[in-house]
Design a protein around this ligand. Structure first.
Ligand code: SF4
Ligand code: FES
Length: 248
């Protein structure tokens, strides 16, 4: 297939970016979206031009680093997959594809299609952990009975890979789906209850400090999330936050 690519190019965080047009021939349906970009970059390098910078690591839908806005949708037109799992068979010969970085004030562009998502790390650092006594009296986690439903819901919340698609999909650039997944995975387990009050207050405070917007219940985040993180987590985080605020 022959494709017409419109790609956001930006020299560095301070420069003004712009969309640049490229034509790429010989793209096959079995190629992944990132392999298609690899081929474009090989062509650019062979012509002595700067390759397009984009983030990637595992290329298996696990790490969450590949984050592209493709024709206006985070991770492209397919549901429940990351950009690296998107295949070119989803497109047709002669298609125009617009490729941009995720857009949010809290995700500043570093270069071309790469954004800085360290704001997510800081939210996680604010409370996304449990403290365990390792002085020799450590209790085996498996010795604490946990209801199957709670274990399943905690596991579902823990599948968030921190890709940021929820933020990119949201008209308010809200990080509520991400943060609520991280809060929920611990709030649902007895080990996470010990610091639950402090955790939710601290993670929500950091989320606000980073400049993410609020949730207005449009649900775009859930639709675009490659891991199917449910809006129920946002409702749970709001309950946790309300009860923590009353205790404080
Ligand atoms: S909630 Fe979903 S979309 Fe948001 S960061 Fe986690 S995996 Fe990505
Ligand atoms: S490169 Fe790791 S999820 Fe896509």
């Amino acid at each position: 297939m022959k494709l017409y690519l419109k790609i956001w190019r930006q020299k560095d965080a301070k420069s003004k970016g712009k969309i640049v047009d490229y034509t790429l021939d010989g793209v096959e349906g079995d190629m992944s979206f990132l392999e298609m970009l690899d081929i474009l970059n090989e062509e650019l390098v062979s012509k002595g031009e700067e390759p397009v910078e984009f983030d990637h690591d595992c290329r298996e839908g696990i790490c969450g680093t590949c984050s592209l806005q493709i024709n206006g949708e985070p991770h492209g037109p397919d549901r429940m997959i990351t950009t690296c799992q998107l295949h070119m068979r989803k497109f047709n010969d002669g298609d125009t594809i617009v490729i941009e970085p995720f857009r949010a004030k809290a995700f500043p562009v570093i270069k071309d299609l790469i954004v800085d998502r360290s704001s997510f790390e800081r939210i996680q650092q604010a409370g996304g952990y449990i403290s365990v006594n390792t002085s020799g009296n450590t209790v085996d986690a498996n010795a604490i009975p946990i209801a199957k439903q709670d274990a399943d819901q905690a596991m579902d919340a823990a599948t968030c890979i921190g890709c940021g698609a929820c933020v990119a999909a949201c008209k308010n650039a809200s990080a509520m789906l991400f943060t609520s997944g991280k809060v929920s995975q611990m709030a649902l387990l007895p080990q996470g209850r010990v610091e639950a009050t402090e955790r939710v207050l601290s993670m929500v405070r950091q989320m606000d400090l980073e400049g993410f917007g609020n949730c207005t219940n449009t649900g775009a985040c859930e639709v675009e999330c490659p891991k199917g993180i449910s809006l129920e987590n946002i409702a749970r985080m709001n309950r946790e936050y309300m009860s923590a605020s009353l205790k404080g």
